[in-house]
Design a protein around this ligand. Sequence first.
Ligand code: FAD
Ligand code: AMP
Length: 477
Amino acid sequence: MAKTYDVVVIGGGPAGYVAAIRCAQLGLETACVEKWINFKGDPALGGTCLNVGCIPSKTLLESSEQYHHIKDGIANHGIHVEGVRLDLDQMMARKEDIVLQLTNGISALFKANGVEWLQGHGKLLANRQVEITGHDGVVDVVSADNVIIATGSRPIDIGAAPVDNAEGLIVDSTGALDFRQVPATLGVIGAGVIGLELGSVWSRLGSKVIVLEAVEDFLSLVDQQIARDALRQFRKQGMDIHMGARVIATRKTANGVEVHFKDKDGDHEIMVEKLLVSVGRRPNTDDVAAPESGLLFGERGYIHVDEHCATNLPGVYAVGDVVRGPMLAHKGSEEGVMVAEIIAGQPGHLNYDTIPWVIYTSPEIAWVGKTEQALKAEGIPYKIGSFPFSANGRAKAMDHANGMVKLLAHAETDTLLGCHIIGPFASELVQEAVLAMEFNASSEDLARTIHGHPTLYEAMHEAALSVHGRALHKINT
Ligand code: FAD
Ligand code: AMP
Protein backbone atom coordinates (compact mmCIF):
# COMPACT_ATOMS: atom_id res chain seq x y z
CA MET A 1 0.00 0.00 0.00
CA ALA A 2 1.35 3.41 -0.98
CA LYS A 3 1.78 5.84 1.92
CA THR A 4 -0.98 8.48 1.87
CA TYR A 5 -0.58 12.19 2.69
CA ASP A 6 -3.11 15.00 2.89
CA VAL A 7 -0.85 17.00 0.56
CA VAL A 8 2.15 16.20 -1.63
CA VAL A 9 3.97 19.21 -3.07
CA ILE A 10 6.22 18.58 -6.09
CA GLY A 11 9.03 21.17 -6.07
CA GLY A 12 10.67 22.92 -3.11
CA GLY A 13 11.26 26.44 -4.45
CA PRO A 14 9.57 29.56 -3.01
CA ALA A 15 6.20 28.47 -4.38
CA GLY A 16 6.46 24.84 -3.24
CA TYR A 17 8.24 25.15 0.10
CA VAL A 18 5.94 27.98 1.23
CA ALA A 19 2.87 25.95 0.18
CA ALA A 20 4.21 22.95 2.15
CA ILE A 21 4.92 24.98 5.32
CA ARG A 22 1.48 26.66 5.19
CA CYS A 23 -0.22 23.27 4.67
CA ALA A 24 1.60 21.87 7.71
CA GLN A 25 0.69 24.94 9.79
CA LEU A 26 -2.94 24.23 8.91
CA GLY A 27 -2.64 20.71 10.30
CA LEU A 28 -2.32 18.84 7.00
CA GLU A 29 0.08 15.89 6.74
CA THR A 30 2.43 17.19 4.08
CA ALA A 31 5.38 15.94 2.04
CA CYS A 32 7.48 17.91 -0.44
CA VAL A 33 9.33 16.18 -3.28
CA GLU A 34 12.49 18.05 -4.31
CA LYS A 35 15.36 16.89 -6.49
CA TRP A 36 17.83 19.84 -6.45
CA ILE A 37 21.52 18.99 -5.99
CA ASN A 38 23.53 22.06 -4.98
CA PHE A 39 27.07 23.18 -5.89
CA LYS A 40 28.49 21.00 -3.08
CA GLY A 41 26.75 17.92 -4.48
CA ASP A 42 24.19 17.85 -1.65
CA PRO A 43 20.38 17.72 -1.93
CA ALA A 44 18.95 21.20 -1.27
CA LEU A 45 15.65 22.97 -0.86
CA GLY A 46 14.88 26.54 -1.99
CA GLY A 47 14.71 26.05 -5.76
CA THR A 48 15.98 28.50 -8.33
CA CYS A 49 15.38 31.49 -6.08
CA LEU A 50 17.63 30.51 -3.20
CA ASN A 51 20.21 28.45 -5.08
CA VAL A 52 20.80 30.22 -8.41
CA GLY A 53 18.33 33.12 -8.59
CA CYS A 54 17.15 35.93 -6.34
CA ILE A 55 19.52 35.34 -3.43
CA PRO A 56 22.91 34.78 -5.11
CA SER A 57 22.15 37.53 -7.66
CA LYS A 58 21.18 40.06 -4.97
CA THR A 59 24.25 39.06 -2.93
CA LEU A 60 26.56 39.75 -5.88
CA LEU A 61 24.66 42.94 -6.77
CA GLU A 62 25.23 44.19 -3.22
CA SER A 63 28.92 43.19 -3.18
CA SER A 64 29.63 44.68 -6.60
CA GLU A 65 27.75 47.88 -5.69
CA GLN A 66 29.86 48.28 -2.55
CA TYR A 67 33.08 47.71 -4.53
CA HIS A 68 32.05 50.20 -7.19
CA HIS A 69 30.97 52.76 -4.61
CA ILE A 70 34.20 52.54 -2.61
CA LYS A 71 36.28 52.69 -5.77
CA ASP A 72 34.46 55.40 -7.70
CA GLY A 73 31.59 56.88 -5.67
CA ILE A 74 32.90 57.67 -2.22
CA ALA A 75 35.39 60.38 -3.20
CA ASN A 76 32.46 62.73 -3.71
CA HIS A 77 31.82 62.49 0.06
CA GLY A 78 35.38 63.66 0.69
CA ILE A 79 36.59 60.18 1.56
CA HIS A 80 39.63 58.97 -0.34
CA VAL A 81 40.37 55.28 -0.25
CA GLU A 82 43.53 53.85 -1.70
CA GLY A 83 44.51 50.31 -2.51
CA VAL A 84 40.97 49.01 -3.10
CA ARG A 85 41.36 45.41 -4.21
CA LEU A 86 38.79 42.95 -5.49
CA ASP A 87 38.91 39.45 -3.99
CA LEU A 88 36.47 37.64 -6.25
CA ASP A 89 37.05 34.30 -4.53
CA GLN A 90 35.95 35.80 -1.19
CA MET A 91 32.95 37.50 -2.88
CA MET A 92 31.87 34.14 -4.33
CA ALA A 93 32.53 32.30 -1.05
CA ARG A 94 30.29 34.81 0.78
CA LYS A 95 27.56 34.26 -1.82
CA GLU A 96 27.82 30.49 -1.40
CA ASP A 97 27.73 30.81 2.38
CA ILE A 98 24.53 32.90 2.25
CA VAL A 99 22.91 30.41 -0.15
CA LEU A 100 23.79 27.51 2.18
CA GLN A 101 22.53 29.32 5.30
CA LEU A 102 19.18 30.06 3.65
CA THR A 103 18.66 26.69 1.98
CA ASN A 104 19.59 24.88 5.22
CA GLY A 105 17.12 27.20 6.92
CA ILE A 106 14.29 25.84 4.76
CA SER A 107 15.21 22.31 5.70
CA ALA A 108 15.12 23.35 9.41
CA LEU A 109 11.71 24.96 8.85
CA PHE A 110 10.47 21.72 7.26
CA LYS A 111 11.60 19.76 10.33
CA ALA A 112 10.07 22.26 12.75
CA ASN A 113 6.73 22.23 10.92
CA GLY A 114 6.70 18.49 10.32
CA VAL A 115 6.94 18.63 6.52
CA GLU A 116 8.51 15.45 5.16
CA TRP A 117 11.13 16.04 2.43
CA LEU A 118 11.04 13.24 -0.17
CA GLN A 119 14.32 13.59 -2.08
CA GLY A 120 14.18 12.90 -5.80
CA HIS A 121 12.16 13.52 -8.94
CA GLY A 122 8.38 13.62 -8.54
CA LYS A 123 5.87 12.80 -11.24
CA LEU A 124 2.08 12.96 -11.10
CA LEU A 125 0.38 9.68 -12.01
CA ALA A 126 -3.37 9.02 -12.32
CA ASN A 127 -5.64 9.47 -9.24
CA ARG A 128 -3.28 11.79 -7.33
CA GLN A 129 -0.57 9.18 -7.01
CA VAL A 130 2.97 10.59 -7.14
CA GLU A 131 5.97 8.59 -8.32
CA ILE A 132 9.28 9.54 -6.72
CA THR A 133 12.57 8.51 -8.30
CA GLY A 134 15.26 8.92 -5.63
CA HIS A 135 18.80 10.12 -6.35
CA ASP A 136 19.84 6.45 -6.08
CA GLY A 137 17.33 5.50 -8.82
CA VAL A 138 14.94 3.73 -6.41
CA VAL A 139 11.30 4.35 -7.36
CA ASP A 140 8.53 4.79 -4.80
CA VAL A 141 4.88 5.75 -5.16
CA VAL A 142 2.87 7.74 -2.63
CA SER A 143 -0.76 8.77 -2.62
CA ALA A 144 -2.25 12.16 -1.77
CA ASP A 145 -5.64 13.74 -1.25
CA ASN A 146 -4.17 16.87 -2.79
CA VAL A 147 -1.15 17.51 -5.02
CA ILE A 148 0.48 20.91 -5.55
CA ILE A 149 2.82 21.13 -8.54
CA ALA A 150 5.52 23.79 -8.10
CA THR A 151 8.29 22.63 -10.41
CA GLY A 152 9.41 26.11 -11.44
CA SER A 153 11.24 27.17 -14.55
CA ARG A 154 14.59 27.09 -16.30
CA PRO A 155 16.41 29.33 -18.80
CA ILE A 156 15.26 29.29 -22.44
CA ASP A 157 17.90 28.05 -24.90
CA ILE A 158 18.40 29.56 -28.33
CA GLY A 159 20.04 27.60 -31.13
CA ALA A 160 22.18 30.63 -32.00
CA ALA A 161 24.04 30.45 -28.68
CA PRO A 162 24.15 26.99 -27.04
CA VAL A 163 24.89 27.29 -23.31
CA ASP A 164 27.61 25.26 -21.62
CA ASN A 165 28.04 26.43 -18.01
CA ALA A 166 30.76 23.87 -17.28
CA GLU A 167 32.90 25.20 -20.12
CA GLY A 168 32.01 28.76 -19.03
CA LEU A 169 32.21 30.58 -22.39
CA ILE A 170 28.51 30.80 -23.30
CA VAL A 171 26.53 30.68 -20.06
CA ASP A 172 23.05 31.20 -18.65
CA SER A 173 22.29 33.05 -15.39
CA THR A 174 23.61 30.15 -13.31
CA GLY A 175 26.97 30.32 -15.10
CA ALA A 176 27.14 34.12 -14.89
CA LEU A 177 26.67 33.95 -11.10
CA ASP A 178 29.79 31.85 -10.89
CA PHE A 179 32.56 33.38 -13.04
CA ARG A 180 35.86 32.92 -11.25
CA GLN A 181 37.53 35.85 -13.01
CA VAL A 182 36.12 39.17 -14.14
CA PRO A 183 35.77 38.89 -17.94
CA ALA A 184 37.29 41.80 -19.85
CA THR A 185 34.20 41.83 -22.08
CA LEU A 186 30.80 40.30 -21.39
CA GLY A 187 28.16 39.99 -24.10
CA VAL A 188 24.56 39.75 -22.85
CA ILE A 189 21.78 38.47 -25.12
CA GLY A 190 18.47 39.92 -23.91
CA ALA A 191 17.90 43.20 -22.03
CA GLY A 192 15.37 41.68 -19.60
CA VAL A 193 15.54 41.79 -15.80
CA ILE A 194 18.13 39.01 -15.46
CA GLY A 195 20.37 40.29 -18.28
CA LEU A 196 20.42 43.82 -16.84
CA GLU A 197 21.01 42.68 -13.25
CA LEU A 198 23.86 40.31 -14.08
CA GLY A 199 25.25 42.76 -16.66
CA SER A 200 25.34 45.34 -13.82
CA VAL A 201 27.24 42.97 -11.50
CA TRP A 202 30.06 42.40 -13.98
CA SER A 203 30.08 45.96 -15.27
CA ARG A 204 30.64 47.23 -11.69
CA LEU A 205 33.41 44.69 -11.19
CA GLY A 206 35.18 45.95 -14.32
CA SER A 207 33.82 44.15 -17.42
CA LYS A 208 32.92 46.02 -20.58
CA VAL A 209 29.29 44.91 -20.98
CA ILE A 210 27.60 44.80 -24.39
CA VAL A 211 23.85 44.05 -24.35
CA LEU A 212 22.10 42.87 -27.53
CA GLU A 213 18.29 43.06 -27.44
CA ALA A 214 16.09 41.94 -30.34
CA VAL A 215 13.15 44.29 -29.76
CA GLU A 216 13.23 48.09 -30.16
CA ASP A 217 11.42 49.04 -26.90
CA PHE A 218 13.63 48.96 -23.83
CA LEU A 219 11.90 47.20 -20.89
CA SER A 220 8.52 47.16 -22.60
CA LEU A 221 6.71 46.01 -19.43
CA VAL A 222 7.96 49.03 -17.51
CA ASP A 223 6.28 52.46 -17.65
CA GLN A 224 8.01 53.89 -20.71
CA GLN A 225 8.92 57.23 -19.10
CA ILE A 226 10.81 55.29 -16.42
CA ALA A 227 12.28 52.88 -19.01
CA ARG A 228 13.66 55.78 -21.10
CA ASP A 229 15.33 57.25 -18.00
CA ALA A 230 16.75 53.82 -17.11
CA LEU A 231 18.22 53.33 -20.59
CA ARG A 232 19.83 56.77 -20.45
CA GLN A 233 21.32 56.09 -17.00
CA PHE A 234 22.60 52.60 -17.84
CA ARG A 235 24.27 53.89 -21.02
CA LYS A 236 25.83 56.75 -19.02
CA GLN A 237 27.26 54.13 -16.62
CA GLY A 238 29.04 52.57 -19.59
CA MET A 239 26.74 49.67 -20.53
CA ASP A 240 26.72 49.39 -24.32
CA ILE A 241 23.05 48.57 -24.99
CA HIS A 242 21.98 47.82 -28.59
CA MET A 243 18.23 47.76 -29.16
CA GLY A 244 16.72 46.05 -32.22
CA ALA A 245 19.78 43.75 -32.34
CA ARG A 246 18.92 40.08 -32.92
CA VAL A 247 21.68 37.54 -32.31
CA ILE A 248 21.70 35.05 -35.17
CA ALA A 249 24.87 32.99 -34.58
CA THR A 250 27.87 32.54 -32.33
CA ARG A 251 31.24 30.90 -32.76
CA LYS A 252 33.65 29.91 -30.02
CA THR A 253 37.29 30.83 -30.71
CA ALA A 254 40.55 30.70 -28.77
CA ASN A 255 39.89 34.28 -27.56
CA GLY A 256 36.26 33.98 -26.55
CA VAL A 257 32.99 34.10 -28.47
CA GLU A 258 32.28 35.72 -31.80
CA VAL A 259 28.69 37.00 -31.78
CA HIS A 260 26.83 37.72 -35.02
CA PHE A 261 23.77 39.95 -34.87
CA LYS A 262 21.45 41.82 -37.21
CA ASP A 263 19.94 45.26 -36.72
CA LYS A 264 18.35 47.85 -39.03
CA ASP A 265 21.80 48.78 -40.38
CA GLY A 266 22.65 45.20 -41.42
CA ASP A 267 24.85 42.37 -40.15
CA HIS A 268 27.46 42.88 -37.40
CA GLU A 269 30.00 40.84 -35.54
CA ILE A 270 31.53 41.43 -32.11
CA MET A 271 34.04 39.50 -30.04
CA VAL A 272 33.46 38.97 -26.30
CA GLU A 273 35.35 37.00 -23.66
CA LYS A 274 32.13 35.52 -22.18
CA LEU A 275 28.54 35.51 -23.36
CA LEU A 276 25.43 35.44 -21.14
CA VAL A 277 22.23 34.14 -22.72
CA SER A 278 19.30 35.68 -20.81
CA VAL A 279 16.37 35.47 -23.21
CA GLY A 280 13.70 34.42 -20.71
CA ARG A 281 12.63 31.29 -18.81
CA ARG A 282 10.27 28.44 -19.49
CA PRO A 283 8.22 26.19 -17.21
CA ASN A 284 9.66 22.85 -16.01
CA THR A 285 6.86 20.61 -17.21
CA ASP A 286 8.61 18.12 -19.52
CA ASP A 287 8.47 15.25 -17.06
CA VAL A 288 6.06 16.40 -14.38
CA ALA A 289 2.98 14.32 -15.21
CA ALA A 290 2.40 10.95 -16.83
CA PRO A 291 -0.03 11.13 -19.80
CA GLU A 292 -2.53 8.93 -17.88
CA SER A 293 -2.77 11.62 -15.16
CA GLY A 294 -4.87 13.66 -17.62
CA LEU A 295 -3.20 16.96 -16.56
CA LEU A 296 -4.03 19.77 -18.98
CA PHE A 297 -1.28 22.05 -20.28
CA GLY A 298 -1.75 25.48 -21.81
CA GLU A 299 0.44 27.52 -24.13
CA ARG A 300 4.25 27.09 -24.15
CA GLY A 301 4.18 24.24 -21.63
CA TYR A 302 2.58 26.10 -18.70
CA ILE A 303 0.15 24.05 -16.58
CA HIS A 304 -3.39 25.25 -17.20
CA VAL A 305 -4.98 26.70 -14.00
CA ASP A 306 -7.89 28.92 -12.98
CA GLU A 307 -7.59 32.07 -10.82
CA HIS A 308 -7.26 29.87 -7.72
CA CYS A 309 -4.44 27.80 -9.22
CA ALA A 310 -6.69 24.73 -9.60
CA THR A 311 -5.80 22.52 -12.58
CA ASN A 312 -8.36 20.55 -14.60
CA LEU A 313 -7.95 17.64 -12.12
CA PRO A 314 -9.84 17.68 -8.79
CA GLY A 315 -7.43 18.12 -5.86
CA VAL A 316 -4.48 18.99 -8.13
CA TYR A 317 -3.11 22.55 -8.07
CA ALA A 318 -0.12 24.28 -9.66
CA VAL A 319 1.68 27.40 -8.40
CA GLY A 320 4.70 29.60 -9.16
CA ASP A 321 6.72 29.84 -12.38
CA VAL A 322 5.02 26.72 -13.75
CA VAL A 323 1.76 28.66 -14.27
CA ARG A 324 0.71 31.92 -15.96
CA GLY A 325 1.64 35.30 -14.48
CA PRO A 326 4.94 36.98 -13.63
CA MET A 327 7.89 34.71 -12.86
CA LEU A 328 8.52 36.23 -9.43
CA ALA A 329 9.31 34.41 -6.19
CA HIS A 330 6.76 36.30 -4.08
CA LYS A 331 4.00 35.68 -6.63
CA GLY A 332 4.67 31.93 -6.36
CA SER A 333 4.85 32.01 -2.56
CA GLU A 334 1.52 33.83 -2.26
CA GLU A 335 -0.05 31.36 -4.68
CA GLY A 336 1.30 28.59 -2.43
CA VAL A 337 -0.35 30.15 0.63
CA MET A 338 -3.63 30.64 -1.25
CA VAL A 339 -3.76 27.00 -2.36
CA ALA A 340 -2.84 25.67 1.11
CA GLU A 341 -5.68 27.69 2.62
CA ILE A 342 -8.16 26.52 -0.02
CA ILE A 343 -7.16 22.90 0.66
CA ALA A 344 -7.74 23.52 4.39
CA GLY A 345 -11.24 24.77 3.61
CA GLN A 346 -10.51 28.49 3.90
CA PRO A 347 -11.39 31.11 1.27
CA GLY A 348 -7.97 31.48 -0.40
CA HIS A 349 -7.46 34.63 -2.43
CA LEU A 350 -4.62 36.49 -4.19
CA ASN A 351 -4.79 40.03 -5.55
CA TYR A 352 -2.85 39.72 -8.82
CA ASP A 353 -3.25 43.49 -9.40
CA THR A 354 -0.88 44.42 -6.59
CA ILE A 355 2.17 42.25 -7.27
CA PRO A 356 5.31 44.40 -6.97
CA TRP A 357 8.06 44.08 -9.58
CA VAL A 358 11.68 45.03 -8.96
CA ILE A 359 14.80 45.30 -11.09
CA TYR A 360 17.82 45.48 -8.78
CA THR A 361 20.02 47.60 -11.00
CA SER A 362 21.48 50.90 -9.82
CA PRO A 363 19.32 52.88 -9.78
CA GLU A 364 16.70 50.30 -8.87
CA ILE A 365 13.45 50.16 -10.82
CA ALA A 366 10.24 49.07 -9.06
CA TRP A 367 6.58 49.27 -9.85
CA VAL A 368 3.12 48.03 -9.03
CA GLY A 369 -0.15 48.32 -10.93
CA LYS A 370 -0.76 49.82 -14.35
CA THR A 371 1.72 51.69 -16.49
CA GLU A 372 0.76 54.89 -18.29
CA GLN A 373 0.84 53.08 -21.65
CA ALA A 374 -1.55 50.39 -20.31
CA LEU A 375 -4.01 52.99 -18.98
CA LYS A 376 -3.98 54.75 -22.36
CA ALA A 377 -4.57 51.46 -24.20
CA GLU A 378 -7.45 50.57 -21.86
CA GLY A 379 -8.98 54.07 -22.13
CA ILE A 380 -8.92 54.61 -18.34
CA PRO A 381 -8.81 58.34 -17.43
CA TYR A 382 -5.87 59.10 -15.13
CA LYS A 383 -3.87 61.83 -13.45
CA ILE A 384 -0.10 61.78 -12.92
CA GLY A 385 1.85 62.93 -9.89
CA SER A 386 5.63 62.76 -9.87
CA PHE A 387 8.59 63.86 -7.83
CA PRO A 388 12.32 63.81 -8.67
CA PHE A 389 14.84 62.44 -6.16
CA SER A 390 17.01 65.45 -7.07
CA ALA A 391 14.68 67.49 -4.81
CA ASN A 392 14.72 64.98 -1.93
CA GLY A 393 17.10 65.81 0.92
CA ARG A 394 17.78 62.22 1.96
CA ALA A 395 18.59 61.15 -1.60
CA LYS A 396 20.96 64.11 -1.90
CA ALA A 397 22.68 63.16 1.38
CA MET A 398 23.07 59.62 0.08
CA ASP A 399 24.45 60.92 -3.23
CA HIS A 400 21.75 58.87 -5.00
CA ALA A 401 19.56 61.67 -6.30
CA ASN A 402 18.86 60.28 -9.79
CA GLY A 403 15.38 59.18 -10.81
CA MET A 404 11.82 59.82 -9.73
CA VAL A 405 8.58 58.54 -8.23
CA LYS A 406 5.56 58.56 -10.54
CA LEU A 407 2.04 57.86 -9.29
CA LEU A 408 -1.00 57.25 -11.46
CA ALA A 409 -4.47 57.83 -10.01
CA HIS A 410 -7.93 57.51 -11.54
CA ALA A 411 -9.00 60.92 -12.87
CA GLU A 412 -12.51 60.63 -11.40
CA THR A 413 -12.21 58.49 -8.26
CA ASP A 414 -8.56 59.34 -7.38
CA THR A 415 -7.94 55.61 -6.63
CA LEU A 416 -4.27 54.74 -7.02
CA LEU A 417 -3.76 52.73 -10.22
CA GLY A 418 0.01 52.47 -10.42
CA CYS A 419 3.32 53.48 -8.88
CA HIS A 420 6.57 53.58 -10.86
CA ILE A 421 9.91 54.32 -9.29
CA ILE A 422 13.45 54.62 -10.56
CA GLY A 423 15.90 55.58 -7.86
CA PRO A 424 17.49 54.64 -4.52
CA PHE A 425 15.79 51.78 -2.65
CA ALA A 426 12.92 51.71 -5.16
CA SER A 427 12.50 48.04 -4.15
CA GLU A 428 11.59 49.10 -0.62
CA LEU A 429 9.66 52.30 -1.45
CA VAL A 430 7.26 50.53 -3.82
CA GLN A 431 5.90 48.56 -0.89
CA GLU A 432 4.14 51.67 0.43
CA ALA A 433 2.19 51.85 -2.84
CA VAL A 434 1.49 48.08 -2.74
CA LEU A 435 -0.05 48.45 0.72
CA ALA A 436 -1.98 51.58 -0.30
CA MET A 437 -3.36 49.84 -3.39
CA GLU A 438 -4.24 46.71 -1.40
CA PHE A 439 -6.45 48.97 0.71
CA ASN A 440 -7.83 50.73 -2.40
CA ALA A 441 -6.30 54.00 -1.25
CA SER A 442 -6.57 57.25 -3.21
CA SER A 443 -3.68 59.58 -3.95
CA GLU A 444 -5.33 61.89 -1.38
CA ASP A 445 -4.89 59.15 1.29
CA LEU A 446 -1.14 59.04 0.60
CA ALA A 447 -0.97 62.83 0.44
CA ARG A 448 -2.60 63.09 3.89
CA THR A 449 -0.30 60.45 5.44
CA ILE A 450 2.54 61.89 7.52
CA HIS A 451 5.96 60.91 6.16
CA GLY A 452 9.08 61.30 8.30
CA HIS A 453 11.72 63.85 7.36
CA PRO A 454 14.22 63.50 5.86
CA THR A 455 13.38 60.18 4.18
CA LEU A 456 13.21 58.81 0.67
CA TYR A 457 9.52 58.17 1.38
CA GLU A 458 8.95 61.91 1.19
CA ALA A 459 9.30 61.48 -2.59
CA MET A 460 6.23 59.17 -2.45
CA HIS A 461 4.38 61.80 -0.40
CA GLU A 462 5.31 64.63 -2.76
CA ALA A 463 4.34 62.55 -5.81
CA ALA A 464 0.92 61.98 -4.20
CA LEU A 465 0.57 65.71 -3.48
CA SER A 466 1.57 66.45 -7.05
CA VAL A 467 -1.36 64.39 -8.45
CA HIS A 468 -3.51 67.43 -7.57
CA GLY A 469 -0.85 70.06 -8.23
CA ARG A 470 -0.02 70.59 -4.55
CA ALA A 471 3.58 69.33 -4.26
CA LEU A 472 5.39 71.49 -1.74
CA HIS A 473 9.01 70.95 -2.71
CA LYS A 474 8.82 71.35 -6.49
CA ILE A 475 7.15 73.80 -8.81
CA ASN A 476 3.79 72.35 -9.84
CA THR A 477 3.23 72.51 -13.59
P1 FAD B 1 11.73 27.29 -8.62
O1 FAD B 1 12.36 28.24 -7.71
O2 FAD B 1 12.32 27.12 -9.99
O3 FAD B 1 11.67 25.90 -7.85
C1 FAD B 1 11.20 24.76 -8.45
C2 FAD B 1 11.82 23.59 -7.75
O4 FAD B 1 11.21 22.40 -8.22
C3 FAD B 1 13.32 23.43 -8.02
O5 FAD B 1 13.98 23.33 -6.79
C4 FAD B 1 13.42 22.13 -8.82
O6 FAD B 1 14.58 21.38 -8.49
C5 FAD B 1 12.19 21.40 -8.36
N1 FAD B 1 11.68 20.44 -9.32
C6 FAD B 1 11.40 20.65 -10.64
N2 FAD B 1 10.86 19.54 -11.19
C7 FAD B 1 10.79 18.62 -10.19
C8 FAD B 1 10.31 17.30 -10.13
N3 FAD B 1 9.76 16.73 -11.19
N4 FAD B 1 10.42 16.65 -8.96
C9 FAD B 1 10.98 17.24 -7.86
N5 FAD B 1 11.43 18.50 -7.86
C10 FAD B 1 11.33 19.19 -9.01
N6 FAD B 1 12.30 36.60 -8.50
C11 FAD B 1 12.01 37.57 -7.63
O7 FAD B 1 10.88 37.66 -7.16
N7 FAD B 1 12.97 38.46 -7.23
C12 FAD B 1 14.23 38.42 -7.71
O8 FAD B 1 15.07 39.23 -7.33
C13 FAD B 1 14.56 37.41 -8.63
N8 FAD B 1 15.82 37.30 -9.13
C14 FAD B 1 16.12 36.27 -9.96
C15 FAD B 1 17.44 36.16 -10.43
C16 FAD B 1 17.79 35.12 -11.28
C17 FAD B 1 19.22 35.02 -11.77
C18 FAD B 1 16.82 34.16 -11.64
C19 FAD B 1 17.19 33.01 -12.52
C20 FAD B 1 15.51 34.26 -11.19
C21 FAD B 1 15.16 35.32 -10.35
N9 FAD B 1 13.85 35.47 -9.87
C22 FAD B 1 13.55 36.49 -9.01
C23 FAD B 1 12.78 34.54 -10.26
C24 FAD B 1 12.56 33.53 -9.15
O9 FAD B 1 13.75 32.82 -8.92
C25 FAD B 1 11.45 32.58 -9.57
O10 FAD B 1 10.28 33.31 -9.88
C26 FAD B 1 11.13 31.62 -8.42
O11 FAD B 1 12.26 30.86 -8.08
C27 FAD B 1 9.97 30.70 -8.83
O12 FAD B 1 9.69 29.85 -7.77
P2 FAD B 1 9.10 28.41 -8.02
O13 FAD B 1 9.00 27.78 -6.67
O14 FAD B 1 7.90 28.49 -8.87
O15 FAD B 1 10.18 27.64 -8.88
P1 AMP C 1 13.14 38.44 -20.23
O1 AMP C 1 12.09 37.49 -20.77
O2 AMP C 1 12.59 39.61 -19.48
O3 AMP C 1 14.24 37.74 -19.49
O4 AMP C 1 13.82 39.07 -21.52
C1 AMP C 1 14.46 38.32 -22.52
C2 AMP C 1 14.75 39.24 -23.70
O5 AMP C 1 15.60 38.56 -24.64
C3 AMP C 1 13.50 39.65 -24.47
O6 AMP C 1 13.39 41.07 -24.41
C4 AMP C 1 13.76 39.17 -25.91
O7 AMP C 1 13.34 40.11 -26.87
C5 AMP C 1 15.29 39.03 -25.94
N1 AMP C 1 15.77 38.09 -26.97
C6 AMP C 1 15.28 36.85 -27.26
N2 AMP C 1 15.98 36.25 -28.28
C7 AMP C 1 16.97 37.15 -28.64
C8 AMP C 1 18.05 37.14 -29.62
N3 AMP C 1 18.27 36.09 -30.43
N4 AMP C 1 18.86 38.24 -29.71
C9 AMP C 1 18.66 39.30 -28.88
N5 AMP C 1 17.67 39.37 -27.95
C10 AMP C 1 16.84 38.31 -27.81
